[in-house]
Design a protein around this ligand. Structure first.
Ligand code: SAM
Length: 250
């Protein structure tokens, strides 16, 4: 089995595929001043198995296009939506976020949790802007330095993994330059990483290794995830996901 198939298998069993939380998604919606009072057209880009999509479907009066490039994740999302009686509101779309088939000004809200880094924040906020109506809202979470300086080990790690990592003020400036008005920002708290993402994943490690006969590939995946978790525990004072809420200007 290819490595990425194993990775998909490990991650699809999780409630979410990255740090986040239902309460935090709801908080971002409140900061975007969005509720169920008006019909909205929403895109959730890099939705995974749909943790945020379901929050949006419950809280908004919305038609939601849920985009991911992994059909396995979308199939699970469709099942969950059906179980929650929310299928009517959610349209899964298997597509890469750098080749979206959307028209200009289709959406009132573009949402993306823990996913824009796949094409980079700068490119994502620029490319996706045209799909938003004027006055529409963009809500994205993005890996962010939470202090002005940090130890060299973590600085080097993130520069290798994601050179676009920066402080929130720099991300806000990028938003402003790209024609958005930042409306709010908050940092994902530790429980979003630990309780909602890392701990449940760690609990799945033994069965995952067992299913794959402790193959080298499976062990390598567990080792890489464990290293990521250890780095987080050591350096969590210096980075997190920032959640950015911004309005598209004319
Ligand atoms: N938003 C989900 C969550 O918070 O649970 C998933 C976050 S996960 C860290 C990133 C997601 O982006 C995965 O579901 C992955 O399949 C998806 N993804 C990665 N590259 C993509 C691409 N080029 N186009 C569409 N989706 C992509």
């Amino acid at each position: 089995m290819e490595d990425y198939q194993l990775l998909i298998e490990l991650h699809k069993a999780g409630q979410r595929q990255g740090p986040g939380g239902d309460e935090e998604s709801a908080k971002a919606l409140d900061m975007a001043l969005l509720d169920g009072s008006q019909p909205l057209h929403v895109a959730d880009i890099g939705c995974g198995t749909g943790a945020s999509t379901l929050v949006l479907a419950r809280r908004l009066n919305a038609r939601i296009t849920a985009v991911d490039f992994l059909q396995d994740f979308l199939d699970l999302l469709a099942e969950k939506a059906k179980g929650a009686g929310l299928s009517q509101q959610i349209q899964p779309l298997c597509c890469s976020m750098d080749a979206l088939p959307f028209g200009d000004q289709e959406f009132d809200l573009i949402w993306s949790e823990g996913a824009i880094y796949n094409i980079g924040f700068e490119r994502g906020i620029s490319d996706w802007r045209r799909y938003l109506k004027v006055g529409g809202m963009l809500v994205v979470s993005e890996i962010t330095w939470t202090t002005a300086s940090r130890p060299l080990e973590i600085q080097r790690h993130w520069e290798r993994e994601y050179p676009e990592i920066n402080v929130a003020s720099a991300k806000m400036q990028q938003l402003e330059k790209q024609g958005y008005a930042p409306m709010g920002y908050f940092v994902l708290p530790e429980n979003c990483w630990r309780d909602n993402y890392y701990r449940p994943m760690q609990k799945r490690f033994p069965a995952f290794l067992e299913r794959h006969g402790h193959s080298n590939e499976a062990q390598a995946i567990v080792a890489a995830e464990t290293e990521e978790i250890e780095l987080y525990e050591k350096y969590k004072a210096y980075y997190s996901y920032g959640v950015y809420i911004a309005k598209k200007l004319d």
